[in-house]
Design a protein around this ligand. Structure first.
Ligand code: TRP
Length: 324
């Protein structure tokens, strides 16, 4: 077992990441590399539970890879790979599924949610937590940083790992810890939580001109220019403080002094965003245009992940009797 603990982050490639994903998920996940041996993977097998368009899936995988790399993921110091490049994960998922009672899967929140929305959700949705457990256990993961919504999946992962170890030998799988942290709430242009489905997102790597347009479309109060304004609690200010505390302090002071309108405040937010994202935007577009390069990074990551995965699978096959 390596001395440094391993953290694992799974990213579902379902859309081009927006500013909310960047501030709420990408930046916090990239900071893990300071304390853990960090592994990041693009969960394309999980995306298959909902995506029916092969081109969209392929393209989404590249969008996500380019976004994370441009945002600062260092593929030399960490591992970035594509889930489906390591088919060992589906083999492990099968073994784990044989250790799990169907009742535990039937109690799964995401399966129950899916049942409420449609009569007959696909079995991928039902089995999703098993594949997720396999993702985690295949790489000897110690820490899985997730939001509250994933807590149940982590409990199932720990349960199934402990059960397999109990039945087949305690040294077979590393039992991981969930590191529960709620992602900071990032507000969208309408002042509610930024989300792809609500159409209130600010695109991360749109051109400067487009970015400005999105920022200018943020809902604000209707005070007059002259009025002194309170910054806290407003979308423009809260977003700004998540992007750049220095810009936010300046905005707050000017709003409080009066004779400073919301349009001016938005200009400060735009400048803060452009300072944060300008170089990354250029990096993103260069990377996204070079799929061969992205393939090479992902292939290299897969190769390094495979070393751990194959060792885990050798232990599992041995333990359960698939190999002498
Ligand atoms: N279920 C996670 C999500 O919806 C994605 C994911 C898949 C994941 N496998 C994982 C996260 C393993 C952490 C570890 O966001």
């Amino acid at each position: 077992m390596p001395r440094v603990k391993t953290s694992l982050t799974g990213i579902k490639p379902t859309h081009v990441p927006h500013l909310g994903n960047y501030l709420g998920a990408i930046k916090p996940a990239l900071r893990l590399a300071e304390t853990y041996r960090s592994i990041y993977f693009i969960a394309d097998l999980h995306a298959l539970t909902t995506i029916r368009d092969p081109e969209a899936l392929r393209s989404s995988v590249y969008d996500v890879a380019a976004t994370w790399l441009a945002s600062g993921l260092d593929p030399d110091k960490t591992i970035l790979f594509k889930q489906s490049d390591l088919p060992e994960v589906t083999e492990l998922a099968w073994v784990l599924s044989c250790m799990l009672a169907t009742g535990q899967l039937m109690r799964g929140h995401s399966y129950k949610d899916a049942l409420e929305k449609e009569e007959n959700p696909n079995a991928g949705i039902f089995n999703y937590p098993v594949l997720m457990a396999a993702d985690i256990l295949l790489y000897d993961t110690h820490a899985v940083p997730v939001g509250k919504d994933q807590k149940q999946h982590l409990e199932l992962t720990r349960d199934v790992a402990a059960r397999l170890n109990h039945v087949f030998g305690e040294d077979t799988l590393v039992v991981p810890e969930a590191v529960i942290s709620e992602a900071p709430l990032v507000l969208g242009t309408d002042g509610t939580k930024m989300s792809k489905s609500k159409g209130n997102g600010i695109p991360l790597f749109a051109s400067k001109k487009k970015l400005r347009k999105f920022v200018m479309s943020i809902k604000t109060g209707s005070e007059t220019l002259e009025e002194k304004k309170k910054a806290e609690g407003t979308t423009v200010y809260e977003l700004c403080s998540q992007v750049s505390p220095a810009h936010a302090a300046e905005m707050k002071e000017k709003l409080a002094a009066g004779n400073f309108g919301w349009g001016h405040a938005k200009q400060i937010l735009f400048e803060a965003l452009d300072a944060e994202l300008g170089d990354k935007r250029d990096g993103y577009h260069a990377l996204r245009a070079d799929e061969d390069k992205l393939d090479a990074v992902l292939a290299d990551g897969a190769e390094r992940a495979r070393v751990v995965a194959q060792a885990t699978m050798a232990r599992v096959r041995n333990a359960v009797g698939l190999r002498r």
